[in-house]
Design a binder for this molecule. Structure first.
Ligand code: AGP
Length: 587
């Protein structure tokens, strides 16, 4: 996933605007960055390896221009080098392009265009070279249209042409949003890039392009006809997308769970009841998501079984093909995704729709591709989640799944009350003393290279989710297990002092979990018990509120904080872990 951004308008400091916008998209990719514009009739490009946050806008202050494009990269094709950074440009330096996605037929296009003309190892460079080739015979707009028709794969692109005072953008399978300001326009992968200038947006849909000069024109790439778009006002505030007084977005977003859960359950009653009905009447209900969102789906399996007495099938989106032959028009696929752009989830949705099954999506990014391609979509309203590690989105997604489960047994009001109480208890739990205590526990285990987490029933998915959190920000080899599975192999891994986290709730499986924890202790493990009550087997006890079946929502939060503090104590940046991207928009 990468961040792309373009500006065109009356201001003459376009390069500074684009660099500041890219800095707000840094979470989408942070191995290299670049900007392009036209100065004195010539293409101007600056691009390099490194984080966009290190770029100095003052360096561009004297370069007056009224449009510019930029890119912050997460490398897919081609190593992390200055040459492979975007923007990419044509050999005649008349066309520059920034691209997010993957051009699947780039090798074939390189052959067609002549490999000697290429200077980078990327797929993206073919877009610039292709447009320039057509531009020799036709207008800028027609050249972009002709080039796009030859591209296979997923892309969002913003293009400029020296000598033309307008920008063109297009998308298929990767996000692109148009920010509409006062006589100025922004073209971005995500809203935070231009939120300080405008909250009015148009969403570009797949196979659409937009031409932006003093006006904005949307064109359907299939019909070639103009498309009318409704202006949408986004109720996010610019400061909501910033770190504020926190050292990292990850900590800020963990702390926001005091409020985000309340927003998630604040849904239209009729809509929730309608969705509950859709699930009840479906024949074959499948849950799917990736990574953390996948573990949320697994927790949903337990909520639906224990609360709604409804059997659902979960598969990680990348494994969903195993269920394709069960899909039929009466089936329902429920997908969960924070970004609403995850490629594997989009592929699972395509499979469901190919069998005329219905799709319900639970997303954080309103207007995202997944949201707009679903039959029904619920917005968790968690606000921008910029840390690569998903935290507040996960608890909000689980809260919403639990709420739907209560609606299925006509207990929606009680479910809402229960979850509001959970939110209030989380608010009390997330106090400075709690954070200090967890940091002290993290200090004890930060130097261990292995860490195990166990949970049972609805806390088993949380054991797996805790492992992802610790893995992705601290690089510690963490593994989650179903507590009852230890004796079937994993317990052989435990040696003296191995940190083991036990997720315990006051539920009917509590004693089993404690017994499994005692087995770990007997082999020398250092036990960190996350539980409403203390137990002598715990070496460290992290007290959490007793919230019954909603225990996943509270038990996961201390593990988020442990992951955060272990990363910070190991001198790492939890917001931008190596090798990862906030949203995996490529397969
Ligand atoms: C979560 O901390 C990870 N960053 C990752 O597993 C993530 O949950 C996964 O890529 C799914 O993303 P999505 O929710 O945006 O679809």
């Amino acid at each position: 996933m990468c961040g792309i951004f373009g500006y065109i308008g009356k201001k003459e400091n376009s390069l500074e605007i684009v660099i500041k916008g890219l800095q707000k998209l840094e979470y989408r990719g942070y191995d290299s960055w670049g900007v392009a514009t036209e100065i004195d009739g010539q293409l101007f490009i600056e691009k390099k390896v490194g984080k966009i946050s290190e770029a100095k806008t003052d360096d561009f202050h004297d370069k007056k221009c009224q449009f510019a494009i930029g890119h912050t990269r997460w490398a897919t094709h081609g190593g992390v080098t200055d040459i492979n950074a975007h923007p990419h440009f044509s050999s005649d330096k008349t066309i520059a392009v920034v691209h997010n996605g993957i051009i699947e037929n780039y090798e074939e296009l390189r052959d067609e265009l002549g490999r000697d003309n290429f200077i980078s190892q990327t797929d993206s460079e073919v877009v610039a070279q292709l447009i320039a080739k057509f531009r020799k015979e036709m207008s800028f707009k027609d050249a972009v249209l002709a080039a796009i028709n030859k591209l296979k794969g997923r892309y969002a692109i913003v293009v400029m042409n020296v000598g033309e005072n307008y920008l063109i953008a297009a998308r298929r399978g990767s996000p692109l949003i148009v920010g509409v300001g006062d006589g100025e326009y922004f073209l971005a992968s995500d809203i935070p890039a231009f939120l300080e200038y405008t909250q009015n947006v148009n969403y570009l849909d797949d196979d659409e392009m937009v031409i932006v000069d003093g006006n904005v024109e949307f064109i359907n790439l299939t019909t070639g006809r103009s498309v009318e778009k409704r202006l949408i006002n986004i109720d996010w505030k610019a400061e909501g997308a910033e770190k504020g007084e926190y050292d990292h977005y990850m900590l800020k977003e963990i702390m926001e769970q005091k409020d985000s859960i309340l927003r998630a359950i604040n849904q239209d009653t009729d809509e929730i009841m309608h969705i509950a009905q859709q699930i009840k009447k479906s024949r074959g209900c499948f849950f799917s998501g990736c990574g953390t969102a996948g573990k949320v789906c697994m927790a949903g399996e337990y909520f639906f079984s224990l609360i709604a007495n409804r059997h659902v099938n979960f598969a990680p989106a990348s494994e969903f093909p195993v269920y394709h032959h069960f899909l039929r028009p009466e089936s329902l696929l429920v997908v969960v995704s924070q970004s609403g752009e995850t490629a594997d989830v989009l592929e699972a949705m395509d499979a469901a729709k190919s069998k005329n099954a219905k799709v319900l999506s639970i997303v954080n990014a309103e207007g995202s591709t997944i949201a707009r391609q679903s039959d029904f979509s619920l917005h968790i309203k968690a606000g921008p989640e910029k840390a690569v590690a998903s935290t507040k989105a996960a608890t909000s997604q689980m809260a919403l799944l639990m709420l739907i489960a209560t609606a299925m047994v006509d207990e929606l009001q009680e479910g809402r009350r229960q979850l509001a109480e959970v939110a209030s208890k989380i608010n009390d739990m997330l106090n400075p003393r709690f954070l200090t205590y967890i940091k002290a526990v993290a200090e004890k285990i930060k130097d261990h290279e292995n860490c195990y987490i166990i949970g049972k029933a609805e806390n088993y998915p949380m054991a797996l989710e805790a492992a992802i959190k610790i893995q992705e920000v601290s690089y510690v080899h963490a593994e989650g297990f179903a507590a009852g599975e230890l004796k079937h192999g994993p317990i052989a891994l435990v040696t003296d002092g191995t940190p083991c986290i036990a997720l315990v709730a006051n539920d009917e499986v509590k004693n089993d979990t404690i017994n499994n924890t005692i087995e770990l202790k007997a082999r020398g493990a250092h036990i960190i018990g996350i539980s409403p009550e203390k137990h002598e087997v715990f070496d460290d006890w992290i007290k959490v509120p007793d919230v019954g079946i909603a225990s996943p929502l509270v038990n996961i939060i201390p593990t988020q904080l442990l992951a955060y503090y272990i990363a910070v104590l190991r001198g790492l940046d939890p917001d931008m872990p190596r090798n990862l991207a906030k949203s995996v928009t490529v397969k």
